[in-house]
Design a protein around this ligand. Structure first.
Ligand code: ATP
Ligand code: MG
Length: 576
């Protein structure tokens, strides 16, 4: 491709709303174009890189024996009602109506559609296992679209669904996807980590997120420094601190005047306690399907802990959008809670969810449900009861590893893919059954596997850039080589540049020829911004057949013959 003919507009500055490198650089390099909040289009260079990522995904999926299909992005509401997700998916589901008033949605994911296909096409165990996949636009009306391709409302996803007879079959299908994902992200040049993950609204047990390590990532990962435990912070199990020693007596409950001490820090300071000797109360309200408050929820963790919202909604068995922090004034009228002074003793008419660690800890301090008062020596069972006791806390840095007891660290990453063992959630609710040898019906055992294709593109840029621009890994670069023609009006330079250009094309190298009538400085800056892995500069030594050879990832330049330059370019591409 000749740059003079390419539809390309680079920007000196990105719009101020672009905050992270991938968003800034993809816009500046003219690779993506914003249409509306969270809605992006792909310009020639961006589209080429994206197609290369898709091709890597296709090859690795096909290698596992999975078959590619393409379903419609528009999905009828009836299928979502069957699975129960028309309500459960919440406001992220982009709902539309046709002219007859019938409900549809723009698919955020396709479990219902693939289950529907399989229930009509598969009846016997002989037709299993099978895995189908597609690469397609998905739609999620995200509450906060941001960071460009990272969290958009329209994005491209590869989604795959496996169908097996039994759990063992699912385990094998899952492992095959796990391996394929590892190969895909390695080939895309990402430094990533598979971590145990929550299964969220999709349900089922067993899931991994593939996380590209990055400071700007929205996934927080807890990992152990000693063993290979790694999980998203939402998912990571916690070890409760040891219970208070048996020899410690439960002391009598004591009301203390603690004026103005609304936070854990304030009350702990005021009473000279460690935060771990206090109880933190979190007040929430739960909604029914019409969006009205159906219950109040009080969640309790030790004062030095944080509430884990994912664990709480899982414990309550409700979708995340069916709960929010309470309107404290309204809640107080029903339950006796008092903003800043709420504790587990004295609360009524609400669902009490108590972190498992609190059960064994004696003589803690909590709010007295009375303005400016706390209670000392609160003990579980004696002074309060629970509707649910389970782990609802966040695994913090410095905590003990749930597997080996080693120290926990946190790091951040971008979730580029996730794989789930769904089990029979969809096949049971939607009646996708197969017959065994004895003509008996069983639900098909399913797995589902997603890759954010557009998010992967952004993750690659996050991990591969400098202050001048993008530094594409060869495997996903829009072009492998850029030939910078210094003087497009010098016939000798033109002849050499054209010769290298056509030779590289013949050898299957994706090559750009910068034949624009621009100053060399502009051309070099653009080559750096676009991130083409190899630059071959044809300039004043052209008469001797000598060019300048420079890798985008390195500072040094060398002067070599055109033959050597071509040879090196071909080798670089072949090795990738
Ligand atoms: P997140 O937690 O980031 O919202 P998710 O867990 O809801 O993502 P999945 O349902 O697992 O996402 O979707 C599969 C993949 O699709 C994700 O791993 C991610 O790479 C990508 N993805 C999900 N939501 C978006 C989005 N809004 N924009 C771009 N890519 C997305
Ligand atoms: Mg996910």
């Amino acid at each position: 491709m000749r740059l003079s003919k390419m539809h390309l507009k680079t920007l000196r500055e990105a719009p101020t709303e672009a905050e992270i490198p991938s968003h800034i650089l993809l816009l500046r390099a003219g690779m993506i174009r914003k249409l509306a909040s969270g809605i992006y289009g792909f310009m020639p260079l961006g589209w080429r890189s994206l197609r290369k990522i898709e091709e890597i995904i296709r090859q690795e999926m096909d290698n596992t024996g999975a078959q590619e299909i393409l379903m419609s992005a528009v999905q009828p509401a009836e299928l979502w009602e069957e699975s129960g997700r028309w309500y459960a998916y919440g406001p992220e589901l982009w709902r539309i109506k046709d002219r007859g008033g019938r409900d549809f949605c723009l698919g955020p994911t396709h479990e219902e559609i693939f289950t529907d296909i399989v229930r009509s096409d598969i009846s016997s165990y002989r037709q299993l296992p099978t895995t189908l996949y597609q690469i397609q636009h998905k739609y999620r009306d995200e509450a906060r679209p941001r960071f460009g391709l990272m969290r958009s409302r329209e994005f491209i996803m590869k989604d795959a669904y496996s169908f097996d007879k039994d759990r063992e079959g699912l385990d094998a299908s899952y492992d095959a996807m796990y391996d394929a994902y590892s190969k895909i992200f390695t080939r895309c040049g990402l430094t990533f980590r598979p971590v145990e993950a929550d299964t969220g609204a999709i349900g089922g047990k067993g899931s991994h997120e593939f996380t590209a390590l990055s400071e700007v990532g929205e996934s927080e990962i807890a990992y152990c420094e000693k063993c290979d435990m790694a999980a998203t912070v939402e998912q990571a199990e916690c070890v409760d601190d040891a219970p208070t020693a048996d020899s410690v007596e439960m002391l009598p409950l004591e009301e203390v005047h603690t004026p103005g001490t609304k936070t854990i820090e304030e009350v702990a300071d005021f009473l000279g306690l460690d935060k771990s000797q206090t109880i933190k109360a979190l007040l929430l309200e739960k909604y029914d399907e019409e969006g009205n408050v159906s219950d109040y929820v009080a969640a309790f963790v030790r004062g030095d802990r944080d509430l884990n919202m994912t664990k709480l909604v899982n414990a309550l068995d409700i979708p995340e959008h069916a709960i929010a922090f309470a309107d404290e004034e309204k809640m107080s009228k029903v339950t006796g809670s008092v903003g800043g002074f709420t504790g587990p003793t004295g609360l009524h008419d609400c669902i009490m969810v108590v972190d498992s660690e609190l059960v064994g800890q004696k003589n803690l301090c909590g709010g007295a449900c009375k303005e400016d008062y706390h209670l000392k020596n609160i003990n579980f069972d004696r002074d309060y009861k629970a509707d649910i006791v389970t782990d609802i806390k966040v695994l913090k840095e410095g905590d003990r590893c749930p597997v080996c007891g080693g120290p926990i660290k946190h790091t951040r990453g971008i979730e580029v893919g996730q794989i789930f063992k769904l089990g029979t959630k969809y096949s049971e609710s939607m009646g996708a059954l197969y017959k065994d040898d004895n003509q008996e019906d069983h639900p098909i055992v399913m797995g589902c596997y997603g890759i954010g294709v557009t998010r992967t593109l952004a993750a690659v840029v996050e991990q591969h850039h400098d202050d001048k621009g993008i530094i594409w890994p060869v495997s996903v670069a829009p072009y492998h080589v850029i030939i910078t023609l210094v003087k497009p009006d010098d016939p000798i330079q033109v002849a050499l540049a054209e010769e290298i250009y056509s030779q590289l094309q013949k050898k299957g190298v994706d090559v750009l020829l910068d034949d624009r009538d621009e100053r060399p400085g502009v051309k070099f800056n653009d080559a750096d911004l676009l991130g083409i892995p190899l630059r071959i500069t044809v300039g004043k030594l052209a008469a001797d057949g000598i060019v300048e050879f420079k890798l985008r990832s390195q500072e040094d330049k060398t002067e070599i013959s055109k033959e050597e330059a071509i040879e090196s370019a071909v080798t670089m591409v072949r090795e990738a």
